[in-house]
Every structure is written in C-alpha cells, then in structure tokens.
Design a protein around this ligand. Structure first.
Ligand code: C2E
Ligand code: CA
Ligand code: CA
Length: 654
C-alpha cells in the first residue's frame, strides 16, 4: 500500500516535471528546429508514460478482483510499451540533431536504424494478439515476456550508438552540450538497468524527466546565443554552429549582408540604436530562411548560413525527411532576393528610407577554411571599390589576404621579422653619394615577403604604425651612430613617415627625444611625407614640421605628382626637398606630354627654391635627361635597389 503511494507520487512528479518542460518550451517558441521537435517528442513520451504508470499505480491493487481495473491495467501496460519503445530511438535522433550528425547520416544507415525501431514497435503493437511482451497468469499476476527483453536489448543498442556518436562528435560541439547529453545518457542507462534488474523500483521516469529538465536548461536554452533585444542569433551562436559544421566536415555557404549607411539611417530616423532596423531586417530574412540560419554579428551586419545540398544521391530520403525545416532556397537565390529587396524602401520608425548594402557569398570549406575566416569577412570593412555590389570568389580575397597581412604584422613585431633596407641616393652632377632612404621590409615566416605598399596601410589602420616607425627610426639612428654612413660621405638618411602619426599628440617631442638618445645631430635625419594630405590636417602638420625643423631635422615631400592633394597647400609646407615620383619620370620617356609635365614640374619646384630628387631611375637615358634638367639628386635601381645595411656598405666600398 505504502509502496503504491510512493510510486504514484514519483510518477505524478515525473508527469508534472515533463509537462512543465513542455509548456516552457512552447512559451519560448523554440519549436522550429528538428532538435526542438525531437525534444518535444521525448517530453511527450515521458508525459504519456508517466500517465499510464500513474493509472497503473491506482488500479494495480484491484486487478485481481475487478475486471474493469484489469482491462485498464492491460491497456496502460500496452500503451506504456508502445510509447516507451520510442524513447531510446527518439533520444538517438535528438542527439543526431544536437550534434549536427543528422546532416551527415546516409540513407542506408538511417533506414537500418529505423528498421530496428520498427521491429520493436511491431513487437509492442502486436502484444494484444501475441502476448510476447508481457502476460498475466491465471491469478492475474504480471509477467515479462521474451519480447520485452528484446526491446530492452535493442534500446540498449540505441543508447550505445548514442554514446559512440557523442564521442565521435566530441570536438565538434560545445562542452555544455556534450556534458548535458552525457548526463542524460547516464540517467537513461541507469534507468534501463534498474528497470531490467529491479522491476519494483519505479524511479526511471522521474529520473528521465529530471534529465529532460536539464536538457531544457542547457541544450535547448538559447539565452546566450540570442541577442535579447532583437531575438536574433548572435556572433557566439554563429561561431558555435560554424565550428560544428567544420568539425563534422559539412559544407555550408555563408551569405553576408552589410548595410553600409547605418549612420545615415540613424540620423534620418532619429533613433539612437539599430535594434529596430535589425528586427525589420530579420523579419525580411525570415521570409527567405528559417530563423535559426540568421545571425547578426554586429549592428547592420547579417550572416545567413545555407546548407549545401548533398551531391551524392545517398541522402534522398534524409533530405526529404529534413526538408520541412530546412532552407529550400539555394544560396544564390537568397542573395538575389536580398539584393532586390534593397532596391525598395525600408520602413524604419516612421520614415521610408533607401539603404545600401554589400552582399557577399562564400563557401566553407572551399573558399573560407574556418569559422574565424567567416567572422573576419563579416567584420572587415569592404574596400570602397567593391562596396554596394555582390562579392564572391576572388572579391573576397581582399579580406583573406588582409587577415593574413594583419597576422603577419603582429608576428613580425613579436618575432622580429622586420628589417630596414637602405637605398642610396646620388648627386646628379658627379654621382657622388648623397644619402640613403630607409625602406622597411617584412619577411614573414608564414606568408613570405610582404611589400610595404601592402602592409603600411594595414599597420596604419591597426594602430601599429607608431611602433613600426619607431623601429625604423631606431635602426637609422643606430646606423648613423656607428658613424659608417658619414664615413662614406652620406649627408643624411631619409625616413618615411605616415601623415597619420605626425598628427598624433607629442609626436615631435618623441622624435626629438629618440634622436637625442643616440647623441646624433638632427640634420642627419630627413623625414619624407607624402603630398597626399587631407586639407584639415595642414595646420597641425605645418606646426609639427615647424617644430622639428627648428630642432634641425629636414623634410622631403614624397611622391610628388601622384596628385591627390591641393598643390598650393602642399607647397605651403616648409619642405627642403621634393621627390618627384617615378611615374612622372617614366611617363616623360613615353611621350611629349609626359616630358612637358616633368620639365614644368622641375621648373616650378626650382622657382619655389626647393631641391629635387627624382626616384625610379633605371637607365642611362633617364640620367642623361635628368642631368639636362639640372635635377640635384637621383635615386633608383640604376644605382642600387634597397639593400640591407651590410650590403650597402659593400656597394659603397666599391
Ligand atoms: P616610397 O617612399 O615612394 O619609396 C620608393 C619606392 O620605390 C620603394 O619601394 C623603392 O624600392 C622603389 N624604387 C626605388 N627606385 C626604384 C626603381 O628604380 N625602380 C622601381 N621599379 N622601383 C624603385 P618599396 O620599398 O617597395 O616601398 C614602397 C612604399 O612603402 C614606399 O614608397 C613608402 O611609401 C612605403 N614605405 C616603405 N618603408 C616605409 C617606412 O618605413 N615607413 C613608412 N611610413 N612607409 C614606408
Ligand atoms: Ca619615400
Ligand atoms: Ca616615392
């Protein structure tokens, strides 16, 4: 009697627990993935089983005397077995969803799993005619039949396969998921063992409902993968899912959508954050793909993951089975729809506005090798030349190469992969040595030599330019402090500066201190600044230059003639030397117009009382031409390429 009450209490508790889980799952509306559906199926199994067990507890003691009770008991036992038989295969299916293996299982395999399940169900369903699963003797005492043992053995096999799958995907899923599943499996295994060996102990369903609650709180919970303000999957979720795909070797296509004029949108709509727009955008995206394939990595940036259809015909059945919750549209179609949508206005707040977006498409693993590549593309700003159109294939190499360069810069600073080369300059008159220009080289251990034209702009954007420039200036100072350049008659060494760093606070002070610490005369250093300066910056730059010139440093205007700037303003800066860009020299050889440009540039600069260097001198003919034009200094491959210090000394000795 007491025992029956205890059993009843346990079964009702199990019922309440699993019912609670079901209600909360429904309230949270997490019902749109296979995983959720499978989870709810498991809950329903526990719920129905708890009901039938509770009824059995109630009528159990009357079956010997009451025919109705006996009938109810037989119906309940029957239902119990039909439903409970689904639990192990159901859990196995759930686990396939959680681990992502569901996207890989081949038809043959899956049909084999199904066959075992169907076999069990046939045993259970045929019970009224066969009494294979259980039977009552004349005294109406319950006995197990052989089929029940078979059902338990097959269930145990399902659990064993689940354990193996969990181990196989151990690296491809998050630790939270694997621990929860491992815990669930332990409980279910314990439940099966207890049921097999101690049938009188009725704790199995209670234990299972507890484990289901655990799954709800961990695996089914999306709190940390969803942005609470917008309900969209976040960066962390994207990372997790991508790692899962990669871990299992499942190909996936990422569609990137970047809204380029968010600032304008905020201004026009008077809002202070982009949440409203994110919601509008996600509503639109959900018309194309289910919710769980949409991620927002930061305001205005969306990533949609589209599964590749398997090319081998081995998954027809699985694909059909999964198709209801899958993306039906190919990635290209998603892209087209997105692009078309941006031709029309968006209703944000009360304003209808047109927005610009750059859309990109890339495949993993063919084009992007891992999750961080995809996040990199999502995060990197699109070059202006590529903005506002569909980017694919080669277009994306900008981001990948840039990522490589960024890594190389960081490695370079840490592992000392930078080296300063020197390219000598000469007097045009008599080819006497005049000076040298310091040019930085990056020899990376992973991606090889990176040209400065490529890494300097990246270093500027990463905020590493100060550190890199200091490295160059120190190298130059050490070289000068050795006295060797002076011995060969060098009057100064040129150091390239980025305008960006000149505008920083205390720049002039730092330079002066650094050079002073080597006890050098300031006029041995000549700074080259390119003429392309933003108009707003002239005032500050002119102050900084004035300050440094007073201390004795010299300045050269670099790349004259590449022409981005206001000539009048750039000549208002107090440069000692103007370096005419190699493109002007080379154009002068090609045609009459080029020659006119070179000649007149030289005349103009001379009238402004500045000395002239022409760079890019490669041939005797060029030298003859420049001699006639009375250019002061020459620099170029004709004399020497930029070379390491030691090599330069060798060249100068000869
Ligand atoms: P730049 O300041 O205009 O430097 C001259 C470039 O022309 C150098 O390229 C040099 O190797 C190349 N050059 C010189 N003579 C000839 C020639 O006869 N023929 C040809 N074809 N090329 C010649 P490099 O070393 O690749 O440097 C490229 C640019 O990178 C530099 O252009 C400069 O803007 C930047 N850079 C290099 N080192 C530094 C540095 O330490 N700091 C900063 N801020 N920029 C640097
Ligand atoms: Ca230069
Ligand atoms: Ca130059």
């Amino acid at each position: 009697m007491e025992n029956i009450q205890a059993d009843l209490a346990l079964h009702i508790t199990a019922l309440l627990l699993s019912l609670t889980c079901l209600v909360f799952t429904l309230i949270q509306k997490r019902t749109d993935r296979y995983q959720n559906v499978a989870y709810m199926v498991l809950l329903v199994i526990v719920i129905i089983n708890s009901c039938t067990e509770a009824i059995l507890d109630l009528v159990g003691r009357d079956i010997q005397v009451d025919d109705t009770a006996f009938l109810v008991a037989r119906i309940c036992s029957y239902l119990y077995f039909i439903i409970h038989t689904v639990l192990a295969p159901g859990f196995f299916y759930y686990e396939l969803c959680v681990t992502g293996l569901i996207r890989k299982v081949k038809d043959k395999r899956f049909l084999l799993y199904m066959a075992f399940f169907i076999f069990m169900e046939i045993l259970a369903i045929s019970q009224p005619f066969t009494s294979w699963v259980f039977y009552y003797d004349e005294a109406r005492v319950f006995h197990r039949g052989w089929a029940e043992v078979v059902i338990y053995v097959i269930s145990a096999l399902y659990i064993a396969v689940s354990v193996i799958s969990l181990i196989r995907t151990w690296r491809a899923i998050t630790s939270r998921k694997k621990l929860s599943i491992a815990y669930f499996l332990t409980i279910v295994i314990a439940g099966i063992l207890i049921q097999m060996f101690i049938p009188s102990l009725k704790a199995e369903l209670f234990a299972e409902s507890l484990a289901m609650l655990g799954l709800m709180l961990t695996v089914e919970s999306e709190d940390d993968s969803i942005n609470p303000d917008t309900g969209i999957y976040n960066r962390k979720a994207l990372m997790m899912d991508l790692n899962n795909y990669r871990g299992l070797g499942i190909p996936v296509t990422a569609v990137f959508v970047k809204v380029t004029d968010l600032d304008m949108m905020l201004k026009r709509t008077g809002s202070t954050n982009t949440d409203g727009f994110t919601e509008i955008m996600s509503l639109f995206l959900r018309t194309l793909v289910p919710r769980n394939y949409i991620y927002s990595t930061s305001p205005g940036q969306f990533v949609i993951l589209v599964n590749e259809k398997h090319k081998d015909g081995d998954r027809k059945f699985m694909e059909k089975l999964l198709s209801r919750l899958e993306i039906k549209m190919p990635a290209e179609e998603v892209v087209n729809r997105v692009i078309n949508r941006f031709d029309a206005e968006w209703l944000v707040g009360r304003s209808e506005i047109l927005l610009d977006a750059t859309v990109a498409i890339a495949r993993m693993p063919e084009e992007l090798s891992d999750a961080s590549d995809i996040l990199y593309i999502a995060d990197s700003s699109v070059p202006r030349s590529l903005s506002g159109r569909l980017l694919k294939g080669e277009d994306l190499s900008f981001a990948l190469r840039r990522m490589e360069v960024e890594k190389a810069l960081i490695r370079g600073l840490r592992e000392d992969e930078f080296e300063v080369y020197y390219q000598p300059t000469f007097y045009t008159e008599d080819f006497k040595l005049y000076g040298a220009e310091a040019l930085l080289r990056l020899k990376d251990s992973v991606i090889g030599n990176v040209p400065p034209d490529e890494f300097i702009p990246v270093a500027e954007q990463m905020g590493l330019i100060d550190e890199i420039s200091e490295f160059v200036l120190r190298d130059v100072c050490k070289f000068l402090a050795s006295g060797v350049p002076q011995k060969f008659g060098m009057e100064s060494i040129n150091v390239n500066l980025s305008v960006l760093q000149c505008l920083k606070k205390d720049f002039a002070e730092k330079i002066k201190e650094l050079v002073k610490s080597y006890k050098l005369s300031e006029d041995l250093v000549n700074f080259e600044i390119t003429e392309s300066v933003e108009p707003d910056d002239y005032e500050i730059l002119s102050k900084v230059m004035g300050d440094l010139k007073k201390a004795g440093f010299h300045f050269s205007m670099d790349d004259y003639g590449t022409g981005y700037s206001n000539m009048q303003s750039s000549f208002s800066l107090d440069f000692d030397i103007v370096k005419i860009d190699k493109s002007i020299l080379w154009a002068a050889e090609k045609n009459e117009f080029g020659r006119i440009v070179l000649e007149n540039s030289i005349n103009m600069i001379r009238k402004m009382d500045r000395k002239i260097v022409v760079e890019g001198v490669e041939t005797k003919e060029q030298i003859e031409m420049l001699k006639k034009l009375k250019v002061e200094y020459l620099q170029g491959y004709y004399f020497s390429k930029p070379v390491p210090k030691d090599e330069l000394i060798e060249i100068l000795k000869n």
